[in-house]
Ligand binder design. Sequence first.
Ligand code: ZN
Ligand code: ZN
Length: 315
Amino acid sequence: MTSPSQERQVKSSPVKDKSKAVKSKSKKTSQERQVNKSKSKRDNSQRRQVQAIQVKETSPTTVCYMISALGITAGAHRLWCHRSYKASLPLRIFLGVANSMAFQNDIFEWARDHRVHHKYSESDADPHNAKRGFFFSHIGWLLVRKHPDVIEKGRKLDLKDLTSDSVVRFQRKFYKPSVVVMCFLVPTLVPWYFWGESLLVSYFVPSLLRYTLVLNATWLVNSAAHMWGNRPYDKHINPRENRFVALSALGEGFHNYHHTFPYDYATSEFGCRVNLTTFFIDSMCFLGLASDPKRVSRELIQTRIQRTGDGTHRG
Ligand SMILES: [Zn+2]
Ligand SMILES: [Zn+2]
C-alpha cells in the first residue's frame, strides 16, 4: 500500500520526468546549436583560408603570366621582330626583362626564327612548319635539330636592326643568368617573401606552372592557329583566325590576318577586342612610352577580303 503522500509523489513523478526531459532536450539543443555554431565558424575560417591561399597563389601567377606573355607578344614579336611600333628605352628594358621571364630563347634568336617563319611559312625553311603535323609545330621542332634550310635562310636575313639594339645585345649577352633570375628566382622568392607563401608552392605554381602555360599558349599560335579556324583575309595561306588561341596568347590568335598584314601592330582588324597586347601597346602610347603604331587601312583590308578571303568575314 502506498501512502497518500507517496501516491502524490507517484502521481507527480510523470510531470517531473516530463519537465526533466524537456530540460535535457533544451540542453541538448543548445549543445547542438553550439556545436553547429563552432562547426560553421570552423567552415568559415577554412573557407577564408582557402580563399587566402587562392589569392596568394593566383595573383603572382597571373601577374607573372601577363608579364612573361607580354615579353613575347609586345616585345619579341610585335616590337623586335615586326617593328610594328616604336618603344622608348624604359619600355624596351621592361620588355627585355619580361622576355627573360618567358624563357623562349633570347630576343635576337626568337625574332630571327619568327622572320624566317613568316618569309618561308609552311616550307622546310619554316622552323615550326605546320605541314609536319600538330606535334612538330607545337613542341617537336624544339626537340630536334633545325632543318638545314632554316639555318641557311636565317643566315641570309637582314638582322642589323636587332644587332644594333642595345637592349637586345645586353639581353643576349646575359641571357642565362637573366632567365635564372626572372623565370625562376623572382616568381619563387617574391610570393614567399611578401605573402608568406611556402617556397615549394611558389616554385611549382607561379614559376613552373606559369612557365609551362605561357610556353603552350605561344606554341598554340604555331600549331592550332595554323590548322583550325577561318581564313577571311587569305584562303591561299595556312594560318587561321582562332579565338581560343587569341584569348590564351593575349591577342595572337588572329593569325590569318597577321600573316596577311604582318606589319600591323594590333595583329588583328579589331584592335583591342580579345587582344590584351594591343591594349597594352595603346596604353604605352598614351603614356608616351611607345609611338608610331602601324595600322592597315580599312580600304586595303576590304579589298583583300574580297580578293582572297574565304567568304567567312564578319565585321
Ligand atoms: Zn604563323
Ligand atoms: Zn608574326
